[in-house]
Design a protein around this ligand. Structure first.
Ligand code: SF4
Length: 355
């Protein structure tokens, strides 16, 4: 069976394109005089999720919750400390830099800051084709750069210019063109719009959505702006202090949040209709997000949760199925028994997303 046939066979069997289990990425921020770890920052602290081919998984949470570290660890810009990252049936976590080479094309990332992520000394054409520099002749690279500029709505004559000649939105388009030039299957979009003017954000999100449909891409869309995530995502995972606390289909999660943290995030979203806004109730969370170097025992949200109970300090709530296509980790939420055959599906991928 050739490569693409086996991929299709895997999809037909319902295998996710990406399956992350027990992923951890910790950083030692302080050591003893003898070099032993003294303070460890648990940025990603046991994350599980799966993404089906062709879907968009939104990952939301406040600044510092570990979203960006998660994205970077999934594509192995950071080496994971524990867990597996199974991409198209292959566990990437133990692979060396060299062994990762065939996968780098297939897994791309769009970075948050379009000002810092483009080399100011390179022309746009060189930036876009940097990843295929060794494979293509100069003429082919030029043609590819011009084609990709067209795909992201820029002109051919932008190819020989430098990043400083472009606006933030245009630079982000160049970053997207660079990712697309590699013909990826999965793109991690790390807050791709947060550095852009509000007027430009919707344009970039709409463009990503269109490209996803046209090119059959799979996206992981990391953001703190819930309204944008709702717009683009098939499903949403809510992250708090290095862990995912709730997963659900996008519109269902907005309609019916289970986890108190999700409820608080949703209640803080601006409501455009003044009548609805007047009747809405905002949940004010106590205090700040604890430091990832001092994660509370039991439920990590308990220091801010308005519903915290004694058990919340004693036992970490299990992440479990709470309704069809819905998963949450909270002692308040009753779990729904799962068939043994669906237990392996408990990595929170939708029953309804087709492969
Ligand atoms: Fe709140 Fe307890 Fe649920 Fe954690 S487990 S979210 S502290 S009610």
């Amino acid at each position: 069976m050739n490569d693409s046939a086996s991929r299709v066979a895997g999809d037909a069997a319902g295998r996710p394109l990406l399956e992350v289990r027990g992923l951890e990425k910790h950083f030692v921020v302080k050591r003893t005089f003898f070099g032993r770890p003294l303070t460890t920052l648990r940025a990603v602290d046991g994350v599980d999720f799966a993404v089906q081919r062709g879907e968009t998984l939104g990952i939301v949470g406040e600044s510092g919750c570990g979203k960006t570290t998660l994205g970077r660890t999934v594509i192995k810009l950071y080496e994971p400390d524990a867990g597996s990252i199974v991409f198209d049936g292959v566990d990437l976590s133990p692979l060396s830099f060299e062994e990762m080479r065939p996968f780098r094309r297939r897994l791309q990332m769009i970075f948050q800051d379009p000002y810092a992520s483009l080399n100011p000394r390179m022309t746009v054409a060189d930036i876009i084709t940097e990843g295929v520099r060794e494979e293509l002749a100069a003429e082919e690279r030029k043609a590819l750069a011009e084609k990709m500029l067209g795909v992201v709505g820029l002109n051919d004559d932008h190819a020989n210019r430098y990043p400083h000649e472009f606006s933030g939105g245009q630079r982000q388009r160049i970053g997207i063109a660079r990712a697309l030039a590699m013909e990826p299957e999965l793109i991690i979009c790390d807050e791709p719009i947060s550095a852009l003017d509000v007027s430009i954000q919707a344009q970039v999100v709409n463009m990503l959505e269109e490209l996803q449909g046209e090119l059959g891409l799979t996206l992981v869309f990391i953001a703190h702006d819930l309204s944008m995530v709702k717009h683009i995502s098939t499903r949403i995972a809510v992250m708090y202090l290095g862990k995912i606390v709730e997963v659900g289909e996008s519109y269902d999660l907005f309609e019916r949040p289970y986890h108190p943290y999700t409820k608080a995030l949703l209640s803080a979203m601006p409501i455009p209709d003044p009548n609805l806004a007047r009747d809405s109730r905002r949940i004010i969370l106590r205090g700040d997000v604890p430091s990832p170097t001092r994660i509370p025992t039991g439920c990590r949200f308990r220091s801010r949760c308005p519903y915290a109970m004694p058990v919340c300090g004693e036992e970490e709530p299990q992440f479990r199925r709470v309704a069809a296509n819905r998963f949450a980790a909270c002692h308040l939420v009753d779990g729904v028994p799962m068939e043994a055959s669906v237990a392996s599906d408990s990595l929170f991928h939708s029953d309804s997303v087709s492969s």
